[in-house]
Design a protein around this ligand. Structure first.
Ligand code: OOG
Ligand code: MG
Length: 237
């Protein structure tokens, strides 16, 4: 009966997103976090954005440890989040953005059609990037942006490729694609299971191979994945 006077959590999170302000978390009771996430994404779609894929999160031990949360989660990618390879990450509408090195898959016929090195930009709407599992799910798993490098055919080995996250020419994080559920193709299978369907031409971000790193004004960020090449962005000043 109080429904009409309460602002839904999705609207609060959407306001936090559009005004670049943090929302205090603190262990809210969220009975159906994926329903809140869907409502949040629907608000973006109502503004003209389109779904271009899905992302997996917390697929690596490094990320689970960094965030203090230990279950694989998933969220939606929209066209507004896409940054072209070598393009600019506008820090204006960001709260406390971080970048993480990933691999991306291209979907065709429900299967992997191609693979590319990728960067994800995450920017939690929760205060100080602190949240419970339900809170980060409701917040569309902190999705904020992504860069996909050159697509290429799936090589024989994708499960033990060296990964580097490079900030202004300095190696900030080092890892392996093995960190992504043992094999990033497992993340694709998990995405298919969780999302139910994956549409042709959708992008699947497999999840970070290392911990995420804060990105500041004017910084250049590059991911290098052994055998797959690189992808980069430059933060606005
Ligand atoms: C949640 C999103 C995690 C990943 O690749 O593990 C994620 C967060 O860390 O804020 O995208
Ligand atoms: Mg990620």
């Amino acid at each position: 009966m109080l429904g009409h006077v309460m602002t839904s959590l999705a609207v609060l999170l959407d306001n936090a997103l559009t005004t670049a302000t943090e929302l205090p978390g603190g262990g809210r009771d969220i009975p159906d976090p994926y329903a809140v996430q869907r409502e949040l994404v629907d608000l973006r779609l109502a503004r003209g954005e389109t779904v271009v894929g899905v992302k997996l999160g917390l697929t690596s031990k490094a990320k689970m440890r960094q965030m203090g949360v230990d279950s694989v989660i998933w969220g939606w990618l929209t066209d507004a989040m896409a940054i072209e390879d070598g393009g600019v990450l506008d820090l204006g509408p960001r709260i406390h953005p971080k970048v993480e090195p990933e691999v991306a898959f291209l979907v065709r016929g429900g299967a992997i059609a191609a693979v590319a090195p990728a960067l994800e930009v995450i920017d939690s709407r929760w205060l100080d990037f602190k949240f419970t599992l339900d809170e980060v799910i409701a917040d569309n798993t902190s999705a904020a942006g992504f860069v996909v490098g050159a697509w290429q055919p799936l090589p024989g080995n994708v499960d033990s490729l060296g990964v580097q996250l490079i900030l202004d020419g300095e190696v900030a994080e080092t890892g392996s694609t093995a960190a992504i559920l043992g094999d990033p193709r497992e993340a694709f299978a998990e995405a298919l299971r969780l999302a139910g369907t994956l549409e042709d031409d959708w992008i699947v971000l497999a999840g970070a191979a290392t911990a995420a790193v804060r990105v500041g004004p004017g910084q250049t960020v590059r991911v290098e994945v052994e055998g797959l090449g690189n992808a980069s962005l430059k933060a606005s000043s």
